[in-house]
Ligand binder design. Structure first.
Ligand code: AHM
Ligand code: MG
Length: 332
């Protein structure tokens, strides 16, 4: 029988490879996994626990907060703040950055989080997720955090990951040395390594876009989607769940591209750079895929504010190349 590896063992082994590290990242990843289990428990019993449905609050995104959005946000905030390795948190659900103990003077890391992504799917029992991104603080320890600690480009991330609350619950993450996926065994309450060394298949054939937006998308995106629809490849298919984590995860496993484009009247698209696009871009590149906006690599974008939005194209490299070829093609 082959030995199963728990997430905890995997994280500890990663730390052991770097004998002089402080262990704070290990602690932080462990805390995120604990938060994932608590949120997972609530997601699984949401219909029974009276926490389906909306709150009376409109969040900073101008969207009505769901009760589970609030629960997930509070859970991760509580756990990360208590863990001492985090100096500050930026959340989709909060207007401003949160400074942990003593104005963020202590703690080596800054965390960006979308506590519960895919809010429109909560009430209908469809997969949802959590996305996180971890940066090292830039100001010296002992000083208060500044905006620059939070507004760092994606290529300075030290770790990023997501939790998918799907038919099973998975935690997928990278620390810059490949991507590994862990599945929660609900009977023992432990994540086990189930998807080591995840890689986007070379040739994906799934495209994921909200079709209703297409008439407002840019000409290159429309040309690309026309090409997907008209291809003679019988394997080509459209799949759109409307939960970014779930769409991304399926495409990572089967190969494909996810698009949330620039739109007429909304050139910045919908998805947020710091806690949706940058972490998934880090994972995509570590898995041999690509992640871009209309200008180039997402990982090179320096954010100007917490909730900045960017168009987002992510997935198998050859499909991103095909999209870029549509950008260069002359418009008739
Ligand atoms: P949310 O963070 O409020 O849930 O919004 C992000 C979600 C993504 O998960 C998903 O891919 C996208 O919004 C769906 O948007 P749309 O309904 O416009 O297709
Ligand atoms: Mg979101």
């Amino acid at each position: 029988m082959t030995k199963t590896v728990t997430l905890q063992e995997f994280i500890m082994d990663g730390q052991a490879a770097f004998p002089f590290v402080s262990g704070q990242l290990t602690r932080l990843l462990t805390d995120l996994a604990i938060g994932a289990k608590i949120v997972n428990h609530q997601v699984n019993r949401a219909g029974l626990a009276g926490i389906l449905g909306a709150t009376d609050n409109i969040n900073v995104q101008d969207e009505q907060q769901q009760k589970l959005d609030v629960f997930a946000d509070r859970t991760f905030q509580r756990i990360l703040t208590a863990g001492k390795s985090v100096a500050g948190i930026g959340s989709e659900e909060r207007e401003d950055f949160i400074l942990c103990g003593d104005a963020g003077r202590h703690g080596k890391y800054v965390v960006m989080i979308d506590p519960l992504d895919g809010s429109s799917n909560i009430d209908v029992n469809v997969s949802i997720g959590t996305i996180f991104s971890i940066h090292k603080r830039t100001t010296p320890m002992g000083e208060p955090l500044t905006d620059e600690d939070f507004l760092q480009p994606g290529d300075r991330q030290v770790a990023a990951g997501y939790i998918l609350y799907g038919s099973s619950t998975m935690l997928v993450y990278t620390t810059g040395t490949g991507v590994n996926g862990f599945t929660l065994d609900p009977a023992v309450g432990e994540f086990f390594l189930s998807h080591p060394g995840m890689q986007f298949p070379e040739h994906g054939s799934t495209y994921s876009i909200n079709d209703a937006l297409l008439s407002r998308a840019t000409p290159p995106v429309r040309t690309f989607i026309d090409g997907c629809r008209e291809t003679s490849d019988p394997a080509f298919r459209a799949r759109y769940i409307g939960s970014l984590v779930a769409d991304f995860h399926r495409n990572l496993i089967h190969g494909g591209i996810y698009l949330y484009p620039s739109l007429v009247g909304k050139p910045e698209g919908k998805l947020r750079l710091l806690y949706e696009c940058a972490p998934l871009a880090f994972i995509a590149e570590q898995a041999g895929g690509s992640a871009e906006d209309d200008q180039g690599r997402i990982m090179e974008r320096t954010p100007s504010h917490l909730h900045e939005r960017v168009p987002f194209y992510v997935g198998s490299r050859h499909l991103l190349h095909a999209l870029n070829a549509c950008r260069k093609a002359p418009v008739n």
